[in-house]
Design a protein around this ligand. Structure first.
Ligand code: PRX
Length: 673
């Protein structure tokens, strides 16, 4: 797909900041190389040693990995820490408290509204909160293996609910609060979760988000499919505040219950369910090239180690740090780098409910100054959008506490990297460009900033235990300086184990293109120094502001409109979002193309998927370029969507059923625009 790093300079380097390096967990390339080698040559000792950090109720018999990536030899499988029994909630809370850190602040909750007093929760506080909810869930009949859907804003109850599920062995399925009722319903149905934890609503910037009303509608939709949500637990986020009048929802007697009322009589202690290392911990839906979003399933032991180790080493986490990751817990970044990774490291972090531009464009920097944040982790899209407001909103705040900056979600263009480094980081902070996926659970390729030089736009080198290869289109491994498809040759501990309820889809999605390898779906270059440069998705997935959106999902939302006959969706380079959504739409006979229909179609996509998936461009297409077998030639459409496309550069269009359609499309796209 897109290649955002076309103008890269592979020789532009930034040395590790001296002070950071001197105190880092990994101080030099030699140290990194030795550790990396050990992790590959002897994973048993490398990960086995690291896993001693945790409490195992039953010690594991074998570290592993025990795995099969070769479909000709049987089902694909991955297992780590075989025979071990443990619990994530115990390791995130009880273990930290036993180490004497109970009074340490785990979470500073920074509210959307600057006027709102923030709340702090120590590890002691959090454990009590988690136990009360865990007991309440048990009293409601939730058992080990049951799925619980969580549709909450960034309030402390969100990580607490995840940890409460983990404590009793329930599998959480967090759904990002920006998804629509249809998307939520689809996820509730697929997971068959009879329990949903939500909130009455939340203010995001100046706008109310009606979480309860959306949940109500989602429950109606699942009911039509014959599935009854038994309980909706509602956090009163706006109840009793001046924003309460802005929320509107119904109350279903017998189904709905206030969170506060449910937990108040519950005990502050709750025994853990001891989970097998390979018992499911959570599922999280992500988009692919085809079909419905899939429930990526993560298990216990390996995920615990992966999120712990990457938080410690990538962010070079030390006890005196204050950590702030801006991701929502509705995405994998919020799972691994808000809830689990930081707590496994006994970290103090900021949980931010609001948006970067409210009340002003310097909100992130205000938060950094207020809590003296030392590690800040965000997405390139946020950097690019804030960069537009210039340096002053950043520099008017005191950011001297920052020492390490991170990015995640999409390739970062060198210009944004340099701005982040110079303006936000005062030219003194290191930047970790972390490449990974929902499926891998934790960082795959990332600089260890105390040890490595950084190159703007490169995620640099593989993390411990990550054995990468770059393949050509025939599946041949390329060596040295090269460009191709990024695969893994063995599983990292935190890798997904299956797609919920559909192991075949798991195998087909990730293991069918190149037998024996896990295919990431990403294009990648390796430069002369062995540094990796991610170049974007190679499948029909668009990365919009770091969010993965399947083109097929947007297409099916569009064709669900009564006037639409056909739709084809492609990504195009977008200055702020990385990629934008470009739709070609063919209408039914006799329907008129006009601007009000465009607005309707955008609304339709918002309602079916969520606001973040709203199309940027809708172009009317009297016909779509199809091959003789009826397949849409997306390659051509992608080229047409480029700002500077050249008709000469469309590649081979001779296999099109009607090559003239391309000319018509070019003309009509302009005419109707
Ligand atoms: O294409 C890669 C891109 O985001 C995809 C994973 O998306 P998701 O599962 O939603 O997880 C996002 C948070 C990890 C990848 O396949 N991606 C993620 N991080 C980077 C990236 N592309 C380039 N550089 C990155 N640092």
């Amino acid at each position: 797909m897109g290649d955002f790093n076309q103008n890269i300079d592979v020789s532009e380097i930034y040395e590790p900041p001296k002070e950071l390096s001197a105190n880092a967990h990994v101080k030099s390339m030699a140290e990194y190389e030795a550790m990396y080698k050990a992790s590959i040559e002897d994973p048993e000792s490398f990960w086995g040693e690291m896993a001693k950090e945790f409490y195992w109720q039953t010690p594991f018999e074998k570290v592993g990995p025990e795995f099969n990536f070769d479909r000709t030899k049987g089902p694909v499988s991955v297992k780590w820490f075989l025979g071990g029994k443990t619990n994530l909630s115990y390791n995130c809370l009880d273990r930290i408290i036993q180490q004497g850190h109970g009074s340490r602040v785990a979470i500073y909750h920074e509210c959307n509204d600057v006027e709102d007093q923030h709340a702090s929760f120590t590890y002691d506080d959090l454990l009590k909160k988690v136990c009360r909810l865990a007991n309440a869930l048990k009293a409601e009949g939730v058992k080990k293996g049951d799925r619980v859907s969580i549709y909450l804003p960034m309030v402390v109850e969100l990580p607490a609910a995840m940890l409460a599920c983990a404590r009793i062995g329930a599998v959480h399925s967090v759904v990002f609060g920006g998804f629509s009722s249809e998307s939520l319903a689809g996820r509730i149905l697929d997971a068959q979760s009879s329990m949903v934890i939500t909130a009455d609503g939340v203010m995001r910037g100046a706008k109310p988000v009606q979480l309860k009303a959306i949940t109500d509608k989602a429950c109606e939709i699942t009911q039509k499919d014959g599935f009854q949500v038994r309980r909706v637990i509602c956090v009163g986020r706006l109840k009793g505040t001046s924003f309460e009048p802005q929320t509107k929802y119904d109350w279903v007697e017998g189904r709905d219950v206030w969170y506060k009322e449910l937990v108040q009589s519950q005990s502050e202690t709750c025994d853990c369910e001891w989970m097998d290392s390979e018992d499911p911990l959570f599922m999280l839906y992500t988009s692919g090239s085809t079909g419905k979003p899939k429930g990526v399933l993560h298990t216990t032991g390996g995920y615990m180690l992966g999120s712990f180790a990457t938080t410690k080493y990538t962010f070079d986490y030390h006890p005196e740090d204050v950590y702030f990751c801006t991701a929502d817990c509705g995405w994998i970044t919020g799972h691994s780098y808000v809830t689990y990774g930081p707590m496994l490291n006994a970290a103090t972090q900021v949980l931010f409910e609001g948006v970067p531009t409210f009340p002003e464009v310097d909100r992130f920097w205000k938060v950094c100054e207020k809590y003296k944040v030392s590690i800040f982790y965000t997405a390139p899209t946020a950097i690019r959008s804030l960069m537009k407001s210039g340096d002053q909103p950043v520099t008017r705040n005191d950011l001297s506490s920052l020492r390490l900056l991170g990015t995640v979600g999409e390739p970062i263009n060198p210009e944004a990297w340099r701005w982040y480094h110079r303006v936000v980081g005062g030219s003194r902070c290191a930047i970790a460009d972390t490449y990974w996926q929902t499926e891998t659970g934790s960082h795959l390729i990332t600089p260890l900033v105390g040890a490595m030089t950084c190159k703007p736009g490169s995620a640099s080198l593989p993390f411990f235990g990550v054995e990468t290869a770059i393949l050509d289109e025939n599946g041949k491994e390329l060596s040295g300086e090269c460009s191709g498809r990024l695969v893994l040759k063995r599983p990292v501990p935190s890798m997904m184990r299956t797609v919920h309820g559909d192991h075949q889809r798991f195998e087909e999605t990730y293991f069918s293109q190149f037998n024996g390898y896990y295919f990431t779906g990403d294009g990648c270059k390796r430069d002369k120094d062995g540094f990796y440069w991610l170049t974007g998705r190679m499948d029909d997935v668009i990365n919009v502001s770091g969010h993965r959106i399947g083109t097929a999902e947007v297409e099916s939302a569009l064709v669900a409109h009564a006037k639409v006959a056909e739709a084809a969706v492609v990504g195009f380079p977008h200055e702020v979002k990385g990629e934008g959504i470009w739709c070609y739409v063919t209408l039914n006979e006799g329907e008129a193309y006009d601007d009000s229909l465009k607005a309707e179609l955008k609304k339709q996509v918002r309602e079916v998927i969520g606001a973040f998936a709203a199309p940027d461009e809708i172009h009317w297409a009297p016909g779509l370029p199809k091959t003789r077998s009826g397949k849409i030639m997306r390659r051509v459409l992608r080229k047409l969507a480029l700002p500077d496309y050249d008709t000469q550069d469309l590649g081979d269009t001779s296999t099109l059923a009607d090559p003239a359609v391309v000319d018509v499309l070019t003309e009509t796209a302009q005419r109707y625009e």
